[in-house]
Design a protein around this ligand. Structure first.
Ligand code: BES
Ligand code: ZN
Ligand code: ZN
Length: 496
């Protein structure tokens, strides 16, 4: 699918469908509407008077132009009242419109960019949002479906006079990274083992000028990663610690950030086995790792002036004959001993060693991304990422990075008052606390392994997949929080 630009009057641009943003207004006043109305012999005024062209959010009206103007159809998409038009509204309505165009079998769509702009929303920004809406909104995962969908949008034309080419190139890289992260997390678990994940990471890294390394189980044993290996030992699939290294700031080679992802390619719960209903989505328990891989690739394509490590702890969590038992004690790379009370709380166990490794590399900041707890959904619902950190300023920076790109993050507490809940009688800590504050307990256990490095933990368990279309997220894996990670690295790189 190509995204191209064309200047000129929207009614003079050839295409199957012109997508127009329409505000909800009392009067038939808008300039854009009036010129289209004249070209269409007053029919728009008539539709308006008959309440069929209302601009209410969630509504749309498709009209056939029958040769009176160049576009074959016009799809008016309701934006709602002027004050309520946010970036999210634009992205959601453009996604819906373009999906609708695909649904009726159209192939060439023109977006009238100016009709979505306002004082706060520049044509460049609307082009960026349209790029995400198009590439992410049209995403579908069909790798294992014999008869692929035939309906495909081939070309999207952004109708604007504004110089937005570089914005669109950047956001194409971001949108493609999101789709890659979705592909990884949507893949069935027999097609996305730790080895396959690591092979894909290697291929993508090499294609994008990113250094790649993988630590096998022997190497991890040598480094003392007993916590990660404890999770891996119940599976026949070998674990990998995947390491990506993007060097974008050679002059400050000692300054770097680590993005660390939970990469459980299937979480059965281990011997603390999950019930079937809770297990079915657990192929997506590597969504954090997938987002880290996607982010590194986008960061490299954007050539950001920053050094970034991507570290993904990839393993299955299975209840095999060699599986770790509830009650086992494991030792992480930094010497901390952990009593494994519940083998289903495996994310913190693999991240413990991944964070130790980040510190071993000497990074200055760490962000970990994990589908860590069911508790985060209870706390924040299914639209918000839980954020936890050990450094107020850095946590704020990460939350602000998300806000700039429409990914909502909310900070929850992670302070010493929770520590008593994961004290163990037989080891330094245990891997679960009580039922209360589950997301915080998980975060705090991970935080122990960040030690003094500024660190933020993002719990994406509730937002990593959606059961139904949600804006530019089709059903399935969302690719969250690629945008936050890229935006964070961009802002750090611009502060130099
Ligand atoms: N992968 C799960 C968390 C999860 C739940 C992700 C639902 C996505 C959707 C994690 O490994 C897990 O099982 N966590 C346990 C922790 C508990 C045993 C302390 C949980 O949340 O129940
Ligand atoms: Zn689990
Ligand atoms: Zn898990």
């Amino acid at each position: 699918m190509d995204i191209n630009f064309q200047k000129g009057h929207p009614l003079e641009i050839a295409g199957d469908c012109l997508i127009v943003g329409l505000l909800e207004e009392e009067e038939f006043t808008s300039g854009a509407l009036e010129s289209a109305n004249m070209a269409l012999d007053g029919s728009l005024r008539q539709l308006f008077d008959e309440d069929e062209l209302v601009g209410k959010s969630g509504t749309s009206t498709l009209i056939h132009t029958l040769g009176k103007v160049t576009p074959k159809r016009i799809l008016f998409t309701g934006l709602g009242k002027r004050d309520s038009v946010t970036e999210k509204v634009i992205k959601d309505v453009v996604s819906a419109a373009i999906r609708k165009a695909r649904g009726i079998g159209l192939t060439k769509v023109v977006i009238a960019i100016d009709t979505f702009c306002s004082e706060d929303l520049s044509p460049q920004r609307v082009c960026e949002l349209s790029t995400l809406a198009t590439l992410n909104g049209l995403y579908r995962y069909e790798d294992h479906i014999s008869e692929k969908s035939e309906k495909t949008i081939k070309e999207v034309i952004l109708n604007t006079a504004a110089p937005a080419e570089s914005s669109v190139i950047s956001y194409t890289a971001i949108a493609e990274a999101i789709n890659l992260a979705r592909d990884l997390a949507n893949a069935p678990p027999n097609f996305m083992t730790p080895s396959i994940l690591s092979d894909i990471a290697e291929r993508e890294a090499k294609a994008n000028g990113i250094e790649f390394e993988r630590l096998d189980e022997d190497k991890m044993r040598e480094l003392g990663m007993g916590s990660l290996l404890g999770v891996a030992q119940g599976s026949n699939e070998p674990a990998h610690l995947i390491i990506l290294k993007y060097i974008g700031d050679k002059d400050n080679i000692d300054d770097s950030i680590a993005l660390v992802g939970k990469g459980i390619t299937f979480d059965s719960g281990g011997l603390s086995l999950k019930p079937p209903a809770g297990m079915i989505t657990m192929k997506g328990d590597m969504a954090g790792g997938a987002a880290v891989i996607g982010a590194l690739i986008a960061i490299s394509k954007l050539a950001l002036n920053i050094n970034v490590y991507g570290i993904i702890a990839a393993t299955e969590n299975m209840p095999g004959g060699k599986a770790q038992r509830p009650g086992d004690v494991v030792t992480a790379m930094n010497g901390t001993t952990i009593e494994v009370i519940n083998t289903d709380a495996e994310g913190r166990l693999v991240l413990a060693d991944a964070l130790c490794y980040a510190n071993h590399l000497g990074v200055n900041k760490i962000v970990d991304v994990a589908t860590l707890t069911g508790a985060i959904r209870t706390a924040l619902g299914d639209q918000i990422i839980g954020a936890f950190g050990n450094n107020a300023e850095f946590t704020k920076e990460v939350i602000a990075a998300g806000a700039r790109e429409g990914e909502r993050l909310w900070e929850l507490p992670a302070d010493e008052s929770f520590s008593k809940h994961f004290k163990s009688d037989v080891a330094d800590i245990k891997n679960v606390g009580g039922a209360a504050g589950g997301a915080t307990i998980g975060a705090m256990i991970i935080g122990l392994f960040a030690e003094d490095t500024p660190w933020v933990h993002l719990d994406i368990a509730a937002v990593s997949r959606t059961n139904s279309i949600n804006g530019d997220d089709p059903k399935g894996a969302t690719g969250t929080p690629v945008k936050t990670l890229v935006s964070l690295c961009k802002s750090i790189s611009e502060c130099r």
